[in-house]
Design a protein around this ligand. Sequence first.
Ligand SMILES: Nc1nc2c(ncn2[C@@H]2O[C@H](COP(=O)(O)OP(=O)(O)O)[C@@H](O)[C@H]2O)c(=O)[nH]1
Ligand SMILES: [Mg+2]
Length: 255
Amino acid sequence: MPSPADTRCGVLVVVPAKNEAARIGPALEAYLVEAALRPQMGAKFLVVLNGCTDRTQDVVETLTRRHRNLNWVRYDDPIGKGGAVLAGFREPSDEPWLAFVDADGATPPADLFRLLERAQGFNAAIAVRDMSSRPLGRRIPSFIFNLWVRFLFWLPFADTQCGAKVFCRHLIAAILPRMRLSGMAFDVELLVRARALGAKFHQEPIAWSDRSGSGVRIFSTGGRMFMDLFRLRLGLTGRPVLERLPAQPDARHVS
Ligand SMILES: Nc1nc2c(ncn2[C@@H]2O[C@H](COP(=O)(O)OP(=O)(O)O)[C@@H](O)[C@H]2O)c(=O)[nH]1
Ligand SMILES: [Mg+2]
Protein backbone atom coordinates (compact mmCIF):
# COMPACT_ATOMS: atom_id res chain seq x y z
CA MET A 1 0.00 0.00 0.00
CA PRO A 2 1.47 3.40 -0.96
CA SER A 3 2.11 6.10 1.64
CA PRO A 4 1.87 9.84 0.85
CA ALA A 5 5.44 11.04 0.53
CA ASP A 6 5.46 13.58 3.26
CA THR A 7 3.43 14.37 6.37
CA ARG A 8 4.38 17.97 5.80
CA CYS A 9 1.83 18.24 3.02
CA GLY A 10 -1.09 18.50 5.40
CA VAL A 11 -2.90 16.74 8.22
CA LEU A 12 -6.42 17.10 9.56
CA VAL A 13 -6.50 16.39 13.28
CA VAL A 14 -9.96 15.41 14.54
CA VAL A 15 -10.63 16.15 18.21
CA PRO A 16 -13.66 14.25 19.60
CA ALA A 17 -15.20 16.16 22.48
CA LYS A 18 -17.94 15.19 24.92
CA ASN A 19 -18.59 17.85 27.55
CA GLU A 20 -15.02 19.11 27.55
CA ALA A 21 -15.59 22.77 28.47
CA ALA A 22 -13.18 22.49 31.38
CA ARG A 23 -10.36 20.70 29.54
CA ILE A 24 -10.44 21.47 25.82
CA GLY A 25 -9.40 25.16 25.88
CA PRO A 26 -5.84 24.77 27.18
CA ALA A 27 -5.36 21.51 25.24
CA LEU A 28 -6.38 23.01 21.88
CA GLU A 29 -4.39 26.15 22.51
CA ALA A 30 -1.25 24.12 23.18
CA TYR A 31 -1.73 22.10 19.98
CA LEU A 32 -2.39 25.26 17.94
CA VAL A 33 0.76 26.95 19.30
CA GLU A 34 2.80 23.88 18.37
CA ALA A 35 1.17 23.83 14.91
CA ALA A 36 2.10 27.49 14.40
CA LEU A 37 5.75 26.59 15.10
CA ARG A 38 5.60 24.07 12.25
CA PRO A 39 3.70 25.89 9.47
CA GLN A 40 5.19 23.53 6.88
CA MET A 41 3.05 20.70 8.32
CA GLY A 42 -0.19 22.44 7.42
CA ALA A 43 -2.04 21.04 10.43
CA LYS A 44 -5.75 21.76 10.69
CA PHE A 45 -7.95 20.88 13.66
CA LEU A 46 -11.58 19.85 13.60
CA VAL A 47 -13.42 19.48 16.91
CA VAL A 48 -16.39 17.12 16.73
CA LEU A 49 -18.81 18.09 19.48
CA ASN A 50 -20.50 14.88 20.56
CA GLY A 51 -23.80 15.52 22.32
CA CYS A 52 -22.27 18.25 24.49
CA THR A 53 -24.58 19.75 27.09
CA ASP A 54 -21.99 22.15 28.55
CA ARG A 55 -20.12 25.16 27.13
CA THR A 56 -17.61 23.21 25.02
CA GLN A 57 -18.84 24.87 21.82
CA ASP A 58 -18.39 28.38 23.27
CA VAL A 59 -14.84 27.58 24.36
CA VAL A 60 -13.95 26.22 20.91
CA GLU A 61 -15.78 29.03 19.11
CA THR A 62 -13.73 31.63 20.99
CA LEU A 63 -10.53 29.98 19.77
CA THR A 64 -11.71 29.86 16.15
CA ARG A 65 -11.63 33.67 16.12
CA ARG A 66 -7.86 33.59 16.54
CA HIS A 67 -7.05 30.40 14.64
CA ARG A 68 -8.21 29.94 11.06
CA ASN A 69 -7.00 26.34 11.09
CA LEU A 70 -9.56 25.41 13.77
CA ASN A 71 -13.14 24.41 12.94
CA TRP A 72 -15.92 22.48 14.63
CA VAL A 73 -18.97 20.41 13.79
CA ARG A 74 -21.70 19.58 16.27
CA TYR A 75 -23.90 16.53 16.78
CA ASP A 76 -26.68 17.16 19.27
CA ASP A 77 -27.40 13.51 20.05
CA PRO A 78 -24.46 11.45 21.35
CA ILE A 79 -22.70 9.40 18.65
CA GLY A 80 -19.93 7.80 20.75
CA LYS A 81 -16.21 8.60 20.68
CA GLY A 82 -15.72 6.38 17.63
CA GLY A 83 -18.73 7.95 15.94
CA ALA A 84 -17.28 11.41 16.58
CA VAL A 85 -13.86 10.54 15.13
CA LEU A 86 -15.38 8.82 12.09
CA ALA A 87 -17.78 11.74 11.59
CA GLY A 88 -14.72 14.03 11.53
CA PHE A 89 -12.98 11.76 9.02
CA ARG A 90 -15.93 11.90 6.63
CA GLU A 91 -16.00 15.73 6.59
CA PRO A 92 -14.81 17.18 3.27
CA SER A 93 -11.09 18.01 3.49
CA ASP A 94 -7.99 17.87 1.28
CA GLU A 95 -5.25 16.80 3.66
CA PRO A 96 -3.46 13.57 2.72
CA TRP A 97 -3.28 12.56 6.41
CA LEU A 98 -6.06 12.14 8.96
CA ALA A 99 -5.36 12.01 12.68
CA PHE A 100 -7.19 12.15 15.98
CA VAL A 101 -6.25 13.24 19.47
CA ASP A 102 -8.16 13.50 22.76
CA ALA A 103 -9.54 16.85 23.89
CA ASP A 104 -7.98 16.76 27.36
CA GLY A 105 -4.34 17.33 26.41
CA ALA A 106 -3.22 13.92 27.70
CA THR A 107 -0.84 13.70 24.70
CA PRO A 108 1.77 16.49 24.92
CA PRO A 109 1.83 18.74 21.81
CA ALA A 110 5.43 17.92 20.90
CA ASP A 111 4.61 14.20 21.06
CA LEU A 112 1.56 14.62 18.84
CA PHE A 113 3.61 16.38 16.17
CA ARG A 114 6.44 13.87 16.43
CA LEU A 115 3.86 11.12 15.86
CA LEU A 116 2.59 12.94 12.76
CA GLU A 117 6.13 13.31 11.42
CA ARG A 118 7.05 9.69 12.10
CA ALA A 119 4.09 8.47 10.06
CA GLN A 120 6.04 9.38 6.96
CA GLY A 121 6.92 6.26 5.01
CA PHE A 122 4.14 4.29 6.77
CA ASN A 123 0.40 4.09 6.26
CA ALA A 124 -0.38 4.78 9.90
CA ALA A 125 1.31 5.72 13.15
CA ILE A 126 -0.08 5.00 16.60
CA ALA A 127 1.10 6.36 19.92
CA VAL A 128 2.12 3.96 22.67
CA ARG A 129 1.69 5.24 26.20
CA ASP A 130 4.26 4.90 28.93
CA MET A 131 2.08 2.73 31.19
CA SER A 132 4.44 3.03 34.16
CA SER A 133 3.34 6.65 34.57
CA ARG A 134 -0.37 5.70 34.77
CA PRO A 135 -2.31 5.13 37.96
CA LEU A 136 -2.83 1.43 38.78
CA GLY A 137 -6.59 1.90 38.42
CA ARG A 138 -6.09 2.57 34.70
CA ARG A 139 -3.00 0.43 34.12
CA ILE A 140 -4.55 -2.87 35.18
CA PRO A 141 -7.76 -2.53 33.11
CA SER A 142 -5.61 -1.41 30.15
CA PHE A 143 -3.42 -4.50 30.51
CA ILE A 144 -6.43 -6.83 30.66
CA PHE A 145 -8.04 -5.09 27.67
CA ASN A 146 -4.84 -5.46 25.68
CA LEU A 147 -4.81 -9.21 26.44
CA TRP A 148 -8.43 -9.45 25.27
CA VAL A 149 -7.53 -7.65 22.03
CA ARG A 150 -4.59 -10.00 21.43
CA PHE A 151 -6.71 -13.05 22.22
CA LEU A 152 -9.57 -12.05 19.89
CA PHE A 153 -7.68 -10.50 16.98
CA TRP A 154 -4.00 -11.49 17.36
CA LEU A 155 -3.14 -7.81 17.16
CA PRO A 156 0.55 -7.28 17.93
CA PHE A 157 0.27 -3.69 19.14
CA ALA A 158 1.54 -2.66 22.56
CA ASP A 159 -1.26 -0.12 23.03
CA THR A 160 -4.40 0.06 20.89
CA GLN A 161 -6.21 2.61 23.06
CA CYS A 162 -4.00 5.67 23.13
CA GLY A 163 -6.05 8.63 21.94
CA ALA A 164 -3.48 9.77 19.34
CA LYS A 165 -3.27 8.09 15.94
CA VAL A 166 -2.59 9.12 12.33
CA PHE A 167 -3.54 7.42 9.07
CA CYS A 168 -3.04 8.21 5.42
CA ARG A 169 -6.25 9.31 3.79
CA HIS A 170 -6.55 6.51 1.27
CA LEU A 171 -6.32 3.95 4.08
CA ILE A 172 -9.18 5.65 5.94
CA ALA A 173 -11.19 5.94 2.70
CA ALA A 174 -10.97 2.16 2.33
CA ILE A 175 -11.88 1.43 5.96
CA LEU A 176 -14.48 4.08 6.79
CA PRO A 177 -17.51 2.51 5.05
CA ARG A 178 -16.82 -0.82 6.80
CA MET A 179 -16.52 0.48 10.36
CA ARG A 180 -19.11 -0.95 12.76
CA LEU A 181 -18.01 0.21 16.26
CA SER A 182 -18.83 3.74 17.43
CA GLY A 183 -17.83 3.45 21.09
CA MET A 184 -14.47 3.64 22.89
CA ALA A 185 -13.25 0.34 21.36
CA PHE A 186 -13.44 1.64 17.78
CA ASP A 187 -9.63 2.03 17.65
CA VAL A 188 -9.27 -1.74 17.71
CA GLU A 189 -11.55 -2.13 14.71
CA LEU A 190 -9.62 0.57 12.82
CA LEU A 191 -6.38 -1.29 13.46
CA VAL A 192 -7.81 -4.71 12.62
CA ARG A 193 -9.20 -3.45 9.32
CA ALA A 194 -6.05 -1.50 8.46
CA ARG A 195 -3.92 -4.59 9.05
CA ALA A 196 -6.24 -6.70 6.93
CA LEU A 197 -5.56 -4.26 4.09
CA GLY A 198 -1.79 -4.70 4.55
CA ALA A 199 -1.13 -1.28 6.10
CA LYS A 200 2.36 -0.58 7.43
CA PHE A 201 2.37 0.78 10.98
CA HIS A 202 4.77 2.80 13.05
CA GLN A 203 4.42 2.66 16.86
CA GLU A 204 5.73 5.75 18.63
CA PRO A 205 6.32 5.87 22.41
CA ILE A 206 4.87 9.03 23.89
CA ALA A 207 4.57 10.69 27.24
CA TRP A 208 1.00 10.59 28.54
CA SER A 209 -0.64 12.10 31.55
CA ASP A 210 -4.04 10.81 32.60
CA ARG A 211 -6.19 13.88 33.25
CA SER A 212 -8.86 14.24 35.85
CA GLY A 213 -12.39 14.58 34.47
CA SER A 214 -12.27 11.41 32.34
CA GLY A 215 -15.63 10.26 30.98
CA VAL A 216 -14.45 6.64 31.17
CA ARG A 217 -16.12 4.50 33.86
CA ILE A 218 -14.00 1.42 34.27
CA PHE A 219 -16.85 -1.09 34.71
CA SER A 220 -19.56 0.34 32.44
CA THR A 221 -17.30 1.75 29.70
CA GLY A 222 -14.90 -1.19 30.01
CA GLY A 223 -17.73 -3.74 29.93
CA ARG A 224 -19.16 -2.18 26.78
CA MET A 225 -15.71 -2.17 25.15
CA PHE A 226 -15.20 -5.88 25.94
CA MET A 227 -18.64 -6.73 24.56
CA ASP A 228 -18.22 -4.56 21.44
CA LEU A 229 -15.05 -6.42 20.54
CA PHE A 230 -16.66 -9.78 21.19
CA ARG A 231 -19.56 -8.84 18.90
CA LEU A 232 -17.10 -7.58 16.28
CA ARG A 233 -15.22 -10.87 16.42
CA LEU A 234 -18.46 -12.80 15.94
CA GLY A 235 -19.66 -10.46 13.17
CA LEU A 236 -22.69 -9.39 15.23
CA THR A 237 -22.25 -5.65 15.04
CA GLY A 238 -25.13 -4.47 12.86
CA ARG A 239 -25.07 -1.68 10.33
CA PRO A 240 -21.96 0.39 9.52
CA VAL A 241 -21.38 3.50 11.64
CA LEU A 242 -21.67 5.78 8.60
CA GLU A 243 -25.21 4.50 7.99
CA ARG A 244 -26.16 5.05 11.64
CA LEU A 245 -24.75 8.59 11.93
CA PRO A 246 -27.03 11.51 11.06
CA ALA A 247 -26.46 12.45 7.41
CA GLN A 248 -24.73 15.66 8.48
CA PRO A 249 -23.87 17.60 11.64
CA ASP A 250 -26.54 19.71 13.33
CA ALA A 251 -24.30 22.75 13.06
CA ARG A 252 -20.79 23.61 11.94
CA HIS A 253 -18.17 26.36 11.89
CA VAL A 254 -15.90 26.21 8.85
CA SER A 255 -13.62 29.15 8.16
N1 LIG B 1 -15.75 8.88 27.52
C1 LIG B 1 -16.17 9.43 26.36
N2 LIG B 1 -15.31 10.24 25.70
C2 LIG B 1 -15.73 10.77 24.53
C3 LIG B 1 -17.02 10.50 23.98
N3 LIG B 1 -17.12 11.19 22.81
C4 LIG B 1 -15.98 11.85 22.65
N4 LIG B 1 -15.13 11.62 23.68
C5 LIG B 1 -13.78 12.16 23.81
O1 LIG B 1 -12.85 11.10 23.84
C6 LIG B 1 -11.66 11.56 24.48
C7 LIG B 1 -11.17 10.60 25.54
O2 LIG B 1 -12.00 10.64 26.61
P1 LIG B 1 -11.52 10.56 28.14
O3 LIG B 1 -12.77 10.60 28.94
O4 LIG B 1 -10.47 11.58 28.41
O5 LIG B 1 -10.86 9.10 28.21
P2 LIG B 1 -9.52 8.63 28.95
O6 LIG B 1 -8.44 9.55 28.50
O7 LIG B 1 -9.34 7.22 28.48
O8 LIG B 1 -9.80 8.74 30.40
C8 LIG B 1 -11.99 12.96 25.02
O9 LIG B 1 -11.56 13.89 24.06
C9 LIG B 1 -13.51 12.93 25.09
O10 LIG B 1 -14.10 14.20 25.05
C10 LIG B 1 -17.90 9.64 24.69
O11 LIG B 1 -19.02 9.35 24.26
N5 LIG B 1 -17.42 9.12 25.88
MG1 LIG C 1 -8.39 11.43 28.83
